[in-house]
Design a protein around this ligand. Structure first.
Ligand code: NAD
Ligand code: ZN
Length: 342
């Protein structure tokens, strides 16, 4: 089968012929239809320091996908050939304290699809049945292919109660953009998003934000005045990994404000801890998706009118993957989809 492989310890990815994955007794074999390119895939493509220490070579990469079941293992009873599915990209152990307690997103033995085990940028993908998610028939396949990052957005956005609250999102990358639509759908009063990239701030307006602020030529203090907000933001969603963005979030939270932090900082961030202490802020780190409450929420919010489709800006055939990665690198993109059925 065709697959996108990290074949050499140097920048780049290679479209190669590799053996089809085996379908074990507890596995589901999926014919991949479409995939989304994640920032993680771009790190692997660029072969940065994180990728060099994390990815064994060769490795089939990718973890955001939708596809059709073609085979199931003999222990599998509730999945059938022909069904449209996506999959959770974190394979957990099932045996540790957190897994046994149903807190599988907290498993300390998590293995990443397309990171530590063969991934979804391929014609076929084999996953344990415990990682497979049914889609309802008729779901938009582009949207279905990005359930994994939508799950990051939903997990973060619904970490704290947003109904009637004022929400600040720092970073209008694909995940920040989707989070904006989610908190709007979940009943936030004001949704303010920041970035330094005009292209992405334009996209944010299609996701229903009240203010899309370019922090290079405006401040959150002015936005608060403009919206006549009394005491700062109730909920903050940090989705940039940028130190200045995180500091400005802390500066603009209401007393008792709650911050969910998804963005991965590339360096240590110094903050004014007095503001955390005296303003009694809560800061919660977010990793991955809750298995499978986040997946449930994604499915039902899409059924009840959540629209994240404007975040999808580019589509290419899998053989044009270089164009897809170039679009990602340009920053002038939301989600980039690769089609594996061309
Ligand atoms: P992205 O890199 O596409 O988006 C980040 C955005 O932040 C960019 O648009 C960038 O221009 C913007 N930004 C830079 N400086 C800023 C500033 N000073 N103020 C406001 N915005 C600024 O990333 P993404 O794919 O949307 O993911 C969002 C973040 O979440 C990334 O840091 C990513 O590594 C992280 N992530 C975490 C998890 C997890 O499980 N914790 C999973 C996926 C992604
Ligand atoms: Zn575990």
């Amino acid at each position: 089968m065709k697959a996108l492989v990290k074949a050499k310890s140097e920048p780049g990815l290679w479209l190669q012929d590799v053996p089809e994955p085996q379908c074990g007794i507890n596995d589901v074999l999926i014919r991949v239809d479409r995939t989304g390119i994640c920032g993680t895939d771009l790190h692997i493509y660029k072969w940065d320091a994180w990728a060099q220490k994390t990815i064994p070579v060769p490795m089939v990469v990718g973890h955001e996908f939708v596809g059709e079941i073609v085979q199931v293992g003999e222990n599998v009873s509730d999945f059938f050939p022909g069904e449209i599915v996506s999959g959770e990209g974190h394979v957990v152990c099932g045996r540790c304290r957190n897994c046994l307690a149903g807190r599988r997103h907290l498993c300390a033995h998590t293995v990443g699809v397309g990171v530590n085990r063969p991934g979804a940028f391929a014609e076929y993908l084999s996953l344990p049945m415990t990682n497979v998610w049914h889609h309802r028939p008729g779901i938009d396949l582009d949207v279905a292919s990005i359930f994994d990052p939508l799950g990051n957005a939903v997990h973060t956005a619904l970490s704290f109660d947003v109904l009637g609250e004022d929400v600040l999102i720092t970073g209008a990358g694909p995940i920040g953009l989707m989070a904006a639509a989610v908190v709007r759908h979940a009943g936030a009063r004001y949704v303010v998003i920041t970035d330094v990239n005009e292209h992405r701030l334009e996209l944010a307006k299609k996701m229903g934000v009240d203010v899309a602020l370019n922090v290079t030529n405006g401040s959150l203090a002015e936005v608060q005045k403009q919206l006549q907000m009394a005491e700062g933001f109730d909920v903050g969603l940090e989705m940039s990994g940028n130190p200045a963005a995180f500091r400005s979030m802390i500066d603009n939270m209401a007393h008792g404000g709650k911050i969910a932090m998804l963005g991965i900082p590339s360096e240590d961030i110094a903050i004014d801890w007095n503001k955390v202490v005296f303003n009694m802020l809560t800061i919660k780190g977010i990793y991955g998706r809750e298995m499978y409450e986040t997946w449930y929420k994604m499915s039902v919010m899409l059924q009840s009118g959540l629209d994240i489709s404007p975040v999808i800006t580019h589509r290419f055939g899998a053989d044009e993957f270089e164009k897809g990665f170039a679009a990602m690198k340009s920053g002038e993109s939301g989600k980039v989809i690769l089609d594996w059925k061309v």
